[in-house]
Design a protein around this ligand. Structure first.
Ligand SMILES: NC(=O)CC[C@H](N)C(=O)O
Length: 310
């Protein structure tokens, strides 16, 4: 039987998690993110039959941050192929925080462990086709437009600038990788592309639709168009399981058990085969950098509908 979420369910879940909005901390290392209101919480579910429900602040937009790593990976894989991409970035979880530089030095030859940590994501963004940052960002946006079926989506210039001006650690990762020939070209242009990619701005239902395309094996639910080849969509979802929730991916797999990717804005995108796409949002984060409210919502959803893939 097809598992479905209805309006009543999402309304009830959002009411239930309101008590958690005071827990955790809104990210402030990107100064512009600090302005986010911790009460702005939302959930969106996009079923594979095209039906979509949402509750909470569904009109609110937010930046996708690290969720963009999944999209950049899909695009780089389509541009360059699996062999090229995985010659430059690994496939193993790191067990370290997303911005850690430690393993870059101890892995020999130096290579970021996976595309979901910042080092790996920077290397992946470096592989996206395009002569200029604008061209690369434009291609990423077109990809998002296709997946959301909404051509109005852009990026938040203020948040992109704010991160670009303060991305000392990401610059360090990039310089280290350039020294070791993992990446090539201008570091400033790479950071420009990366910070804009992280600042892509969506609402909860748009994010849920992106999750649904991955759940639907890369195919658009309405048009039937194969946006991402099936095998590449599968690779992206596998990374979401093994590395999507940073160094909390193991406990998340036990607690929730769905392919998911989170971002420091407080958004999480999930993809469940034969079910659909899930998006949750709540700016306050736990100590691993995952949305406190988002975790509660995903746990509730997964247990009520028995969505764990394990
Ligand atoms: N975890 C995240 O969402 C990190 C993304 C953020 N733009 C960064 O690179 O720091």
């Amino acid at each position: 039987m097809q598992k479905k979420v209805n309006q009543e369910m999402v309304d009830e879940w959002i009411e239930h998690v309101r008590t958690f909005t005071q827990l955790g901390k809104v990210a402030d290392y990107i100064p512009a993110l600090e302005k986010q209101d911790r009460e702005n919480i939302a959930i969106g579910i996009y079923h594979l039959d095209g039906e979509c429900v949402g509750a909470g602040k569904i009109q609110n937009t937010f930046t996708i941050q690290s969720i963009s790593k999944v999209l950049a990976l899909a695009l780089a894989l389509m541009d360059q192929g699996e062999d090229y991409v995985f010659a430059r970035v690994g496939k193993e979880p790191s067990g370290d925080p997303f911005h850690s530089i430690a393993k870059l030095e101890t892995t020999n030859p130096s290579k970021p462990l996976n595309p979901m940590i910042n080092a790996g994501a920077l290397a992946v963004t470096n592989m996206i086709e395009g002569d200029t940052p604008d061209e690369k960002v434009g291609r990423l946006l077109s990809f998002v437009h296709e997946m959301t079926n909404d051509h109005s989506i852009g990026y938040d210039q203020e948040i992109a600038n704010s991160e670009f001006e303060t991305a000392y650690l990401n610059r360090s990762l990039a310089f280290f990788m350039k020294q070791h020939h993992v990446i090539e070209g201008s570091i400033e242009e790479l950071l420009d592309t990366y910070t804009k990619q992280c600042a892509i701005e969506v609402n909860i239902k748009q994010l849920a639709r992106i999750g649904a395309v991955f759940a639907n094996e890369g195919k658009d639910m309405e048009s039937g168009r194969q946006i991402i080849p099936k095998q590449l969509a599968r690779i992206c979802k596998t990374f979401m399981v093994t590395c999507g929730m940073y160094d909390a991916s193991g406990s998340f797999a036990i607690r929730v058990g769905i392919p998911a990717k989170s971002g420091v804005s407080g958004a999480v995108m999930g993809s469940v085969k034969d079910f659909g796409g899930i998006a949750v949002f709540g700016p306050a984060l736990d100590e691993k950098g995952n949305s406190v409210v988002g975790m509660q919502l995903l746990e509730m959803l997964s247990s009520r509908l028995e969505l764990s893939i394990f």
